[in-house]
Every structure is written in C-alpha cells, then in structure tokens.
Design a protein around this ligand. Structure first.
Ligand SMILES: [Zn+2]
Length: 91
C-alpha cells in the first residue's frame, strides 16, 4: 500500500505516549526506541528499537532519517517505506 503521509517530524520524549499522532516520530533516547503510526493511515503503531541490531536514527537539521527501511510485514497493510530527512519515501 502506498504511503498516505509524506512527511514526519521528530519529537523527543522520555516515554512514548499511549496516544500518538500521525506524522510524528516519537523518539526516546533514554530507552533507545522510536515509535510512529504507520504512514499508510491504518493506525497501527510501528516500533523501531534504536540499536545496532535494529535501526539507526540520524538527525540532520531537525529532520530524522531511519535506516534501514521500515517494513511492517507483520501488519495487514504490509507497508514498506523509508524515513529520510523527515520525508516518507515508498520502498
Ligand atoms: Zn499501515
């Protein structure tokens, strides 16, 4: 499914909130994790642990890049996309 959302903004928090909003990448440096709502609009949470086994977060002028890509193959939508410089790019 193509991504509905085209951009995402970083928001630094200690704890990931229970209610999260679209277009925001919640980042907890304390817990080395990030969470956002799937960009297809399905409303599922996508958790991306930040460590050498999982994802790397680079912030450049306030814009997040996550590597590698995000493939939510366990979700019904099976979304696959990149977050690069705060933009959503379909894989
Ligand atoms: Zn989705």
């Amino acid at each position: 499914m193509a991504s509905l959302l085209k951009s995402i903004t970083a928001c630094f928090v200690t704890f990931i909130p229970d209610r999260i909003e679209e277009e925001i990448l919640y980042i907890s440096k304390e817990y080395n994790t990030a969470t956002h709502l799937c960009v297809c609009g399905c409303g599922e949470r996508v958790v991306t642990p930040l460590n050498h086994m999982n994802w790397t977060l680079i912030m450049d002028e306030g814009k997040p890049t996550l590597t590698p890509s995000i493939g939510s193959f366990s979700l019904p939508c099976k979304s696959h996309y990149f977050i690069r410089d705060g933009k959503i790019i379909d894989a």
